[in-house]
Write a protein that binds this ligand. Sequence first.
Ligand code: NAD
Length: 487
Amino acid sequence: MTTPVYENFINGHFLKNQTGDTFAVKNPATDEVIYHVEIADEFIQNAAIESAKQGFAAWSAMTPIERSRILLKAVAILRERNDELAKVEVLDTGKPWQEAECVDVETGADVIEYFAGLAPAQVGQQQMVGNDFYYTRKEPLGICAGIGAWNYPLQIACWKSGPALAAGNAVIFKPSEETPLGAIKLAEIFIEAGVPAGVFNVVQGAAEVGQWLTANPNIEKVSFTGEVGTGKKVMASAAGSLKDVTMELGGKSPLLVFDDADVSQAVSAAMLGNFYTQGEVCTNCTRIYVHKNVYQQFIDELKTRTEQNIIAGDPMDPEVNLGALISKKHQELVLGYIDKGIQEGATLLTGGKALSPVSAPNGYFVEPTVFVDCKDDMTIVKEEIFGPVMSVLVFDDEDDVIQRANDTHLGLAAGVFTKDIQRAHRVIHQLQAGICWINSYGNSPAEMPVGGYKQSGIGRENGIETLDHYTQTKSIYVGMSNIESPF
Ligand code: NAD
């Protein structure tokens, strides 16, 4: 059976490359090639820049309310096609349908809707300075590049294009080479909604296409989602033409469970923050610090619920709540970390092996895995694994656990479970992380700014402030009296 071949999406339509080079995309749950994608060669790259220039001219000339109206049509189409798009995400990523059906498209659409609403409300300022005055305009940056990771492909494309387009920019988006289809679907929807051709372009390929975007002098900003190490390369390359950057990078986030917490709720948070999307979520609380008085209760309930309530299998089965990891290579990496945890002396509470479910025997599954009695200096406690692997540690002193939680170069997210309202805020204020939850974990509504402290990121996505990251301020001084000049 022949599989489809997708071309790059430039200037409102598919465009064939000249080299004929393609790459294959596999369904992680079956190990089968599901389609091929053409790589953006030099011809496509040049066409993308020309297309974005024209798109920018047309789009930035529209009023914010006109742009808003069109983006809201795209939001409506995204919602109408929820199931079709969710299926694309399941087949590309291996994540369970029961997640994609209610989260991936929905949270992407929410963010475009949010910024479409905000765009017409963005105003400059005006101030008298003597008889003269100045005013400011919020102008778009120009052509912005988006580079995405593979865990939430469509959501990432929406989170980057929403504020960029609302502010009047054109976008060239490069999805991860593991999951390239969602962004193409979004590009088609933008055209259908009435976004002018050239405003949202999709180029395909791996690191070299990303490198071209980060180095191209016609591009004003790069918004990147991916690993810390790649983020450093992207930023270094963007520095060559002093591009603006937003960096959404990795994490190794702590969850602190105090002895007055609702332990069952804390177990729910820990499981969501380690096993949702089979552990491939950047904000995951992969270091769980539990107070010694509730440690045994916590791990007993965690073991029971992990062993009884997790169903791995064909991700399209609505009963399945644990999908396949993105690739064979990533499965091996995660299993390698598990081996390292065992070698370094952590106690395996449950899981620890590859899985071969009856309904998806060739998929890249890993058992939900919990290590207990972990120590702060173990590799599994220090490095981002990006799979269903949880490390549980014990503590008995508040100041000490805060210091331990902060002892990392990462700072994406953090959480606290306690019923003591003062302790909740006191502790969370001291945790060095950009996205924090109290008695909750993982929710990220469009209204809430998200981004990392330390090496987990630069800038923010979502929330009001993000619109400012896609505009530049022009100050205009207006003389109302004669110029005084010594010349
Ligand atoms: P990755 O860094 O390997 O790749 C990300 C993207 O960068 C891909 O599109 C890839 O093709 C591209 N790329 C690779 N090398 C490049 C280069 N030199 N120049 C330009 N682009 C290049 O990351 P991944 O494996 O796709 O995603 C997993 C990582 O993403 C995890 O670390 C996770 O924590 C992080 N992540 C962060 C967030 C967040 O919002 N903070 C969200 C999702 C994922």
